[in-house]
Design a protein around this ligand. Structure first.
Ligand code: NAD
Length: 365
């Protein structure tokens, strides 16, 4: 188990093999061991990379943290020290394309402000690396499609960081919808928001960088309606507003929306930077179920109308996500959360924005 958790660099150091190896090249036994885990480079070392992804990558069996891409030089020594990252695996945004020449890195994970996802996902794909891209996938459908085209052209895979698709209770909800365990879904009500405040300069307040509650948190209820119904909406309407007008001058603070389906079903979603909300309620022909919280990093749990509890899974969501996607790459399978998941949500985000601009009109998708 312990050896399993040791990166190639530490393994080489501990076995005293580093000098010998650099002189003679990698003995095949070491090479095959290193390829048991795919090397991940985190692109953007903000709070999500620091607090969740890097720690998660210490628990994974099929991938490990081997590189960083950062525009903040002051972060480099700390990350190198903490995660044993060699100088040769440290990049900035100007030289990130050179990762193409680095066999240590198999996957680039884009964890930047949303407005930068497309640019750096495409640089990663053009460098011949598999791409993991955080939610929301990009600013608009065209950017999402450009990412998909770039990965297809370069024959690499693309997964979106929707960690909940890897969460066991969420997977149960998806299975209920697929198998119509309690009959067809008749209604979904869902919300994700936090009671927060963003300082000046925070990209979550900046429209160009993809700020606003809808992009940031609204993709959780949008994606939840899609996975809980296993259907795509045909039309939307929504309203975006701001209460703290001195804080949010160019993005929404609150958005509520309705997604309409071909069979006439209407599902509702809500998101906010000023109100804590976190639930997924599903009604079906013969029952109901819910998750509350539905989008937290841990503790996602719920109940089914037949009395079955959906207890919280103790695992680390992001480790589970990254291992699942890494194993899919190793086994040559399609990603668990493909680019289409991200693109379909972004199309809905943009349609809700259009609806709100036009006085909550119905926008056909
Ligand atoms: P953050 O503000 O903490 O970090 C953003 C990072 O991007 C910083 O290190 C910053 O230096 C860097 N950056 C590079 N260029 C920048 C620029 N021009 N302007 C601003 N910052 C720039 O943000 P975060 O919370 O780590 O979010 C990063 C991404 O991860 C977002 O897409 C977000 O939606 C996503 N995220 C996903 C989850 C999840 O549960 N899946 C959770 C949190 C964040």
């Amino acid at each position: 188990m312990m050896a399993d958790k040791i990166s190639r660099k530490i393994f080489l150091k501990r076995t005293g093999a580093l000098a010998a190896v650099s002189a003679i090249g990698f003995p095949s036994i070491l090479l095959s061991q290193s390829k048991e885990k795919l090397g991940v480079a985190l692109v953007g070392l903000g709070s999500y990379s620091t607090g969740r992804l890097a720690p998660g990558l210490q628990m994974t069996d099929h991938c490990e943290l081997r590189g960083i891409v950062t525009g903040s030089p002051e972060k480099i020594p700390e990350w190198q020290e903490q995660y044993n990252i060699p100088d040769s695996n440290v990049y900035n945004y100007e030289n990130m394309h050179e990762i193409a020449n680095n066999d240590d890195i198999d996957i680039v994970y884009i964890v930047l402000p949303t407005g930068l996802h497309a640019k750096y996902s495409i640089i990663g794909a053009e460098a011949g690396k598999h791409v993991w891209c955080e939610k929301p996938m990009a600013m608009n459908v065209e950017e999402c499609q450009n990412i998909i085209d770039a990965v297809n052209k370069n024959n690499v895979s693309l997964a979106i960081g929707y960690r909940l698709h890897h969460e066991p209770n969420t997977q149960q909800i998806i299975q209920f919808a697929r198998e119509q365990t309690f009959g067809a879904v008749t209604e979904v009500r869902t919300a994700a928001g936090y009671d927060g405040y963003h300082e000046d300069g925070n990209w979550r307040k900046n429209a160009e960088l993809g700020g606003g509650a809808l992009y940031d948190m609204g993709v959780y209820p949008i994606n939840a309606i899609r996975y809980a119904t296993q259907m795509e909406p045909i039309a939307v309407n929504g309203r975006q507003s701001v209460v703290r007008k001195d804080v949010y001058t160019e993005v929404d603070e609150i958005t509520d929306f309705q997604l309409e389906f071909e069979n006439g079903m209407v599902c509702t979603g809500e998101t906010s930077f000023g109100k804590s909300m976190n639930y997924l309620n599903v009604n079906t022909e013969n029952g109901w179920y819910y998750l509350k919280p539905m989008s937290s990093y841990s503790g996602v749990q719920g109940m089914v109308s037949n009395g079955t509890a959906l207890p919280a899974d103790p695992g680390h969501q992001q480790a589970r996500q990254m291992d699942g996607e890494a194993l899919a790459i190793k086994e040559g399978r399609p990603p668990i959360v493909p680019g289409s998941q991200g693109l379909n949500d972004v199309r809905i985000v943009n349609a809700i924005m259009e609806s709100s601009r036009n006085g909550r009109t119905r926008v056909v998708l």
